[in-house]
Design a protein around this ligand. Structure first.
Ligand SMILES: [Zn+2]
Ligand SMILES: [Zn+2]
Length: 367
């Protein structure tokens, strides 16, 4: 957009926020659900909401020309080849310490220092010595003036970029060379945005964010990324099974098609049965479990998963029987399955004991 003052009479912070969100599409669903969050969306130490707000304040200053130095700095950086996002990000980065200084020390915003620094933002070729006079023209020594701002005064081409984490689609060594709008960075960021939404119980929004990733990797046709996007959806359905029901059934079926090993396949078959049940098809899920165990009779952990399924759908007797069989077969089954099965059985017994005690107390109160 071109900034002409006569068109900006009704320019509001909301306009600025929309401009920023257009450039940070990975945050749009987070933004739309802000009022539903019950804890601060801080991701690996970064608050993406604050990121949007600071960029929106900078955007408002640039758009309205108040202060004019903000727009001048923006234009200078654009001429130097910065993207609009990076140029605005550089202004926002300078704004932030001035805002904090004002809030923390309860003093008026240092508009004089801020505009003086905006005037030289991006003009510095070489950092001065600590005891040199500061290049911003304050008359102070560099170490007492712009020195503490460090790299903010010599902005990078990646200013304004948001990296919420790494490792899902790309490592840090790849992400560090990507501009903010690179699809790979968007994919990576959305994994963490979905995590925040999911942990706030916003299952639908989290699912929608991960589905955006799925459509993107389908366009790319990258098998490894496709698998990752499907697995993210599957994990979310595991975590929020109550809210999402059997949403991941088609997802898990696609993963079954792609499975490369026996272990991977059998886990996915159990996942499929679990999601079918979560979607209401409990009888079909029961039958699916029976088939899995008939085909792989010595898979003990599969039996344990079967027991959990039975217990979840009010088939306690059969569930308990499967657990007892596993515990009795201690010598012939793997240690992990034995431990899990015994722990589960003990929890059940403890639960029953507490229930019986409560019942006795109720009876005693009556008489
Ligand atoms: Zn200075
Ligand atoms: Zn940004």
């Amino acid at each position: 957009m071109d900034y002409r003052i006569d068109e900006l009479e009704n320019y509001t912070e909301e306009d600025a926020i929309q401009t920023i969100l257009d450039e940070h599409p990975e945050l749009r669903l987070l933004w739309e659900n802000l009022s539903e969050l019950f804890f601060e969306p801080v991701i690996n130490g970064v608050n993406p909401v604050a990121h949007v707000y600071f960029e929106a304040i900078a955007e408002t200053q640039i758009a309205t020309g108040d202060p004019p130095e903000a727009r001048d700095a923006m234009e200078r950086l654009l001429q130097q080849g910065y993207t609009r996002h990076a140029a605005r990000g550089a202004v926002a980065a300078l704004l932030i310490p001035h805002l904090y200084d004002s809030l923390q020390n309860r003093k008026p915003f240092d508009i004089e220092g801020y505009t003086r620094r905006l005037r030289v933002l991006g003009t510095l070729l070489r950092l001065p010595e600590r005891n040199d006079l500061c290049f911003c023209g304050s008359g102070w020594k560099y170490k007492r003036c712009c020195g503490p701002l460090g790299s903010i005064m010599t902005p990078s081409r990646f200013a304004g970029r948001l990296i919420l984490g790494y490792g899902a689609y790309a490592g840090p060594e790849v992400l560090v060379d990507l501009p903010h709008d690179d699809p790979l960075l968007q994919l990576e960021n959305k994994v963490y945005v979905a995590d925040i939404l999911g942990r706030n119980g916003l299952a639908e929004a989290a699912w929608a964010v991960l589905e955006e990733n799925l459509s993107l990797v389908r366009e790319w046709g990258d098998e490894k990324f496709l698998k990752r996007a499907l697995q993210d959806l599957l994990e979310l359905n595991h975590e929020l099974e109550m809210e999402l029901g059997g949403r991941a059934v088609p997802v898990v079926e696609e993963l079954i098609e792609m499975a490369t090993g026996e272990e991977e396949l059998r886990d996915l078959l159990c996942d499929r049965a679990d999601f079918m049940a979560a979607g209401g098809a409990v009888d079909e899920a029961h039958e699916a479990y029976r088939q899995i165990l008939a085909n792989i009779p010595h898979w003990h952990f599969g039996r344990y998963r079967y027991a959990l399924f039975l217990l979840s759908y009010e088939m306690e007797e059969e569930g308990e029987r499967v657990l007892r069989e596993l515990v009795a077969a201690k010598e012939t089954i793997d240690a992990e399955t034995y431990r899990e099965a015994r722990g589960m059985l003990e929890d059940m017994m403890e639960g029953r004991r507490l229930e019986a005690e409560a019942e006795q107390r109720r009876l005693a109160e009556k008489t």
